[in-house]
Write a new protein. Structure first.
Lengths: 349, 294
């Protein structure tokens, strides 16, 4: 019973993920892509959450780990035959090997984690806005190198011919794995130490917590999860450019985390799935709005307007996010089942 | 003469980013809020210039100022709810507002650029041999210095300026002593609107093609500069903005052509090094005690 009570937040989150996957499974192939996108977003947002949520320090740099994971997984799964032709500049390590789908995802995780270790080692002693700008610098540098250095990537062109192996089942497995990792970390000794530094840095330091080291541990784990998200993303899309894993994705994933509530796994889950599905819905809706008698073509930018306004209002109205940083818990669950109305509200928002 | 040209290019870009950085630092000073929507004020001003191009110049400029200050005051009302919010949330919220406004521009004016060339006379340049110095560069440097001096005077010599400094130093204490915080913050936003209008006027001379992203891109770079210089003091932020603009232009001229595409990498490596050595900013006073403010 105690074990059950302790893992309720995780089980609840996994249940949400499974429900999303099941709904996606039952829809048309085109709509299913929206649900796969939602689950891949969940993985990326979990990566962000492990660091931002537990450390309370903002990072604009996590999409660079997504980018590294995506390009590593993508380049390594293209068969060597077309690769020598389409990407002639690649270094031998990337050019002469071709690995399976699962291996490429493991490599994406490792690449993200190693890159986070290298980038994070000097940066983790920064606080507040300086940390934000320094991680933003990592994002800019990664994008700049991937966009122009043909030794490691496609340069200014699109990386294409990547096998599209991320189906709804694999996306679900990836999301569950990321959830388990994130939850295990936040309940571990290391995770609790880091959360203590978030609540009161001075007190934590006085108790002998090495803030820089604890942040680095979280940064590396979160970099790995973000890299895994990148691997899943590239295998969903089949082709990718460096600008798809740059500023826009950075902003939208941060917004997902904050809208849901950046301090709980539940918040990351709800925010990622909610914002991602609303985004997809708005994009589809803009392309085909039926107003009783005639088809209305909304101007481009309408979907952005809807999403931006929704997130802005959400954050101004509820700055702590939809969940307010709470996790699911048993007493709450039983209370909610007695009053099903409030449970619906919480899940749908 | 190449060195002189490099310096002129650097001065032009540096002055631009310094002006944007000052607008950001004004609001940050009183509210501890990084206002990404500052860039949208610039875009709004630039669109107003483009739309009123047929009116007399002075009317057009006046409308630009009214639009920028008006929108800045609207932002102030919208962001009141963010006071005391988690810094990450506040930052993402202003970004969301910026993207919303960007979508509004896209719907209203399309993604193609709108021409705005009111002050194109400033585009003529003084030439000396191969050396070129455009009038707009001179205007920007002189105007930027004048604005910085004027703002310093307002902060130093007026009652509202004193209240702003008090609020920046210790918001709660200032409030307890009777500083009307709503008025002070609104004033800071209005001043950031003035800076945005000036940037819109001068930047349209260099880039006479207003797109929905017109202001956001320069705001992000200016923010990096402001933090690198130090966000706590106006002149530090301005100097930081200037340095990043200058370094950007100078790196573009110094690097061999094969490496020129990596200007961004070199620039941001420099930013990281500065932040590691001086986390409070390049120009921040050494004596200040290190505090975890945000």
């Amino acid at each position: 019973m105690r074990l059950l009570r302790n893992t309720v937040p995780l089980l609840g989150v996994i249940a949400i993920l499974v429900v999303v996957a099941l709904i996606g499974e039952s829809t048309s192939l085109a709509t299913q892509q929206d649900f796969i996108t939602a689950l891949v977003s969940v993985v990326i947002v979990y990566g962000l959450y492990v660091f931002v949520g537990n450390a309370g320090v903002i990072s604009f740099g996590h999409i660079s780990f997504v980018a590294v994971g995506a390009f590593a997984a993508g380049e390594l799964t293209i068969p060597t035959e077309p690769k020598h032709f389409t990407l002639p500049g690649l270094i031998p390590l990337l050019a002469d090997h071709s690995v399976s789908n699962i291996a490429s995802l493991a490599i994406a995780f490792a690449a993200g984690a190693i890159f986070a270790l290298i980038a994070g080692a000097p940066l983790m002693r920064l606080n507040g806005i300086a940390a934000g700008i320094a991680t933003f610098a990592i994002l800019e540098i990664t994008n700049n190198l991937l966009s122009f250095d043909t030794n490691i990537g496609p340069g200014a062109t699109t990386l294409s011919l990547v096998p599209t192996s991320t189906g709804i089942f694999q996306a679900l497995l990836g999301a569950i794995l990321a959830a388990v990792l994130a939850f295990a970390y936040q309940r571990s000794r290391r995770g609790r130490l880091l959360r203590a530094t978030r609540e009161d840095p001075q007190a934590a330091r006085a108790m002998g917590v090495n803030i820089t080291r604890e942040r680095l541990v979280a940064f590396v784990l979160s970099g790995g999860i973000a890299g895994l998200g990148g691997g899943l993303l590239v295998h969903q899309l089949g082709s990718i450019t460096t600008n798809q894993v740059f500023l826009d994705l950075t902003f939208i994933t941060l917004a997902m985390l904050v809208v849901g509530g950046s301090r709980s796994l539940l918040g990351a889950t709800v925010g990622a799935i909610g914002v991602s599905l609303i985004d997809s819905f708005l994009l589809t809706a803009v392309n085909s709005v039926h107003v009783v008698f005639f088809n209305l073509t909304l101007p481009s930018g309408s979907a952005d307007l809807g999403l931006g306004a929704l997130m802005a209002l959400m954050l101004l109205w509820r700055p702590r996010g939809v969940t307010g940083g709470r996790e699911l818990s048993l007493p709450r669950l039983t209370r909610l089942t007695r009053r099903p109305g409030s449970a619906d509200k919480r899940g749908a928002a | 003469m190449n060195v002189a040209q490099t310096i002129f290019d650097g001065l032009a870009l540096g002055a631009l980013y310094a002006l944007v950085a000052m607008g950001l630092a004004l609001v940050f000073g009183v509210m501890r809020l990084i206002n990404f929507a500052q860039g949208e004020l610039i875009t709004a001003g630039a669109y107003s210039l483009s739309l009123t191009g047929s009116l007399p110049l002075i009317v057009s400029i006046l409308i630009c100022f009214i639009v920028c200050v008006g929108l800045a005051l609207l932002l102030d009302i919208a962001f009141r709810r963010l006071r005391g919010a988690d810094p990450t949330t506040a930052l993402v919220a202003t970004f969301a507002v910026a993207l919303t406004l960007e979508a509004v521009w896209t719907i209203a004016f399309g993604t193609n650029g709108k021409p705005a060339d009111l002050l194109s006379a400033l585009n003529t340049s003084l030439t000396h041999g191969s050396l070129q110095l455009r009038w707009v560069t001179i205007t920007m440097i002189v105007g930027g210095a004048a604005l910085l001096a004027a703002t310093a005077l307002v902060l130093d010599r007026t009652s509202i300026g004193l209240q702003m400094r008090a609020a920046a130093r210790d918001f709660r204490a200032a409030r307890l002593l009777g500083v009307r915080t709503n008025r002070v913050i609104a004033f800071a936003f209005a001043m950031s609107g003035v800076f945005a209008a000036v940037v819109a006027l001068l930047y349209t001379v260099q880039v006479p093609d207003v797109t929905p992203q017109f202001g956001l891109d320069i705001t992000i770079v200016a923010l990096v500069g402001a933090v690198t210089g130090g966000l706590d003091r106006l002149w530090q932020a301005a100097a930081g903005g200037f340095v990043i603009g200058f370094a950007n232009a100078a790196l573009g001229d110094i690097l061999p052509s094969s490496q020129r595409v990596y200007v961004t990498t070199f620039l941001f490596l420099l930013v990281i090094i500065v932040l590691l050595v001086r986390p409070d900013g390049l120009f921040a006073s050494l004596r200040r005690v290190n505090t975890d403010r945000v």
